[in-house]
Design a protein around this ligand. Structure first.
Ligand SMILES: [Zn+2]
Length: 75
């Protein structure tokens, strides 16, 4: 068995609402539907916009140590 290890750093990933003029956050409602894969329902705490994602947010994500940025696009 051969390993290669690299440093990563955890970030708290929050799904920010994309509705115009809204600066709210989409939070998982706990409701999910499973077809080919599970989708989780989220609702904006500010404007009530609802959307679905393949994971629940907010969540902890791990990024390469040098990849921290406010606009990162890692998934
Ligand atoms: Zn919103």
């Amino acid at each position: 068995m051969r390993f290669r290890e690299e440093p990563v750093t955890p970030v708290y990933r929050r799904w920010m609402c994309e509705q115009v003029g809204c600066d709210g956050e989409l939070v998982s409602t706990g409701e999910g539907i499973t077809r080919l894969s599970t989708r989780w329902k989220h609702r904006c705490g500010k404007c009530g916009h609802e959307d679905w994602a393949g994971a629940t947010y907010p969540r902890v994500a791990y990024l390469p140590f040098d990849a921290i940025g406010p606009e990162d696009s890692y998934t």
